[in-house]
Ligand binder design. Structure first.
Ligand code: GDP
Ligand code: MN
Length: 380
């Protein structure tokens, strides 16, 4: 789950990382009031779950509440990389002497958390990494050893930060960022830019914070930060039911168990000449109700012309999925034909149940490719 800048900053603040004071606003009027409260020069910042807001014109300095309100009018409703701006963060403007970059993420190859720090902040980190890799200090944290203060020192020297006053503050920020990363079960904590003010104060001017979805149950406070309106309505409904669903623009509704299997199913549909209408993962051990919920969401998409179930039984039992399909057909009206391919645990029992239940619209196929071909044919 990605957090908005202001939410990430709230977490930063909680972990003791310095940020500027600010207020949330959703209208020009609220922006004026927020700027009034914050006082002095403010920066009006579009809150969207994507980067590059500055370049897109979504970040503007204002010298008065009136000017802030004017900027709010221009920025609200703006489309930034496909994200419509509905929230603004009004923050006390900072004077910037230097812009650094600090992040903590997972290096999956090394199976360790990775710190990156460079004095060349403010721009895309990929640019620094490819053009001036020597300017980017990288440091892995051993998960068993945990974070050690000497590592912060090594990182800071590695990045060539030689001012003792900056070193001291960044030491502390690095330590706290690690605490935030672990404490919030984060996948990414990025501060770009980490600024130094003319007075020598170091603080986080931006925040990119991603929390592991699978750990959200441990963090109800973070979970609540999710902005449901930022998702398409079908995805919202799916989320409420605990189904992983992503809308795509084809005609064949897809339902599988396990992200890998669902991805390959999308590929096989393409191979068979069709286009998938969605990605939908029942997950492991899904019971009949999960199948009913997923079918309800998929069949609600008017673009769907046929539905393909691709189930590889492991923890998930195919007979349980078959019961779910029959139950769903009894509860909701589904007009589209359904192609089913079962393999693995209780596949035979599952097929048997479908054959006995024998609704006309169900087509049982025994291989993934045949099932995909049939679904594409039926969707045509
Ligand atoms: P991003 O473009 O989405 O990464 O948004 P950022 O929050 O990183 O802001 C982009 C740029 O706007 C920063 O790199 C700064 O140069 C500028 N900026 C943001 N806040 C302030 C501020 O308080 N004062 C000044 N002078 N510039 C700011
Ligand atoms: Mn930024």
């Amino acid at each position: 789950m990605d957090l908005y800048e202001y939410q990430g900053k709230e977490l930063f603040k909680g972990f003791g990382i310095p940020v500027s004071e600010g207020r949330l606003a959703t209208s020009a009027e609220e922006t004026r009031a927020a700027a009034e409260e914050v006082g002095g020069q403010v920066v009006v910042k579009a809150q969207v779950l994507t980067g590059g807001r500055g370049k897109a014109g979504g970040i503007k300095l204002a010298d008065s509440p009136e000017e802030a309100a004017e900027h709010a009018k221009a920025i609200l409703g703006m489309d930034i990389n496909g994200h419509v701006v509905r929230r603004l963060w009004i923050e006390k403007a900072s004077d910037i002497e230097r812009e650094y970059y600090l992040s903590l993420t997972f290096d999956r190859g090394e199976k360790k958390a990775l710190f990156m720090l460079t004095k060349e902040g403010g721009i895309e980190i990929e640019e620094v990494a490819s053009e001036r890799p020597e300017a980017l200090a990288r440091l892995h944290v051993d998960p068993l050893e945990g974070f050690q203060p000497y590592q912060a020192r090594r990182l800071i020297y590695g990045a060539g930060i030689d001012d003792p006053n900056e070193q001291k503050q960044i030491m502390s920020i690095v330590q706290k960022l690690y605490e935030a990363f672990i404490g919030a079960d984060s996948m990414l904590c990025e501060i770009n830019p980490l600024i130094v003010t003319p007075d020598g104060e170091v603080k986080a001017l931006d925040s990119k914070f991603t929390v592991d979805d699978n750990a959200l149950y441990k963090h109800p406070d973070i979970s609540e930060m999710r902005d449901l309106e930022a998702y398409p309505p079908e995805e919202r409904a799916a989320r409420e039911k605990g189904v992983t669903y992503v809308k795509l623009d084809g005609e064949v509704g897809i339902l599988g168990n396990g992200a890998g299997l669902v991805m390959s199913t999308l590929d096989v549909i393409a191979l068979a000449g069709g286009r998938p209408a969605n990605f939908c993962d029942l997950g492991g051990g899904g019971g009949a109700q999960g199948v009913v919920d997923a079918l309800e969401i998929i069949s609600a998409d008017p673009q769907v012309k046929a539905i393909l179930f691709n189930i590889f039984g492991g923890i998930t039992r195919c007979d349980e999925v078959a019961r779910g399909i029959l139950q769903a057909l009894g509860q909701i009206s589904i007009d589209e034909p359904i192609v089913v391919r079962f393999d693995g645990t209780n596949a035979e029992e599952g097929r048997q149940l479908l054959v006995e239940g024998a609704p006309e619209k169900i087509h049982v196929e025994s291989t993934m490719l045949d099932a995909a071909k049939r679904a594409v044919e039926l969707a045509a």
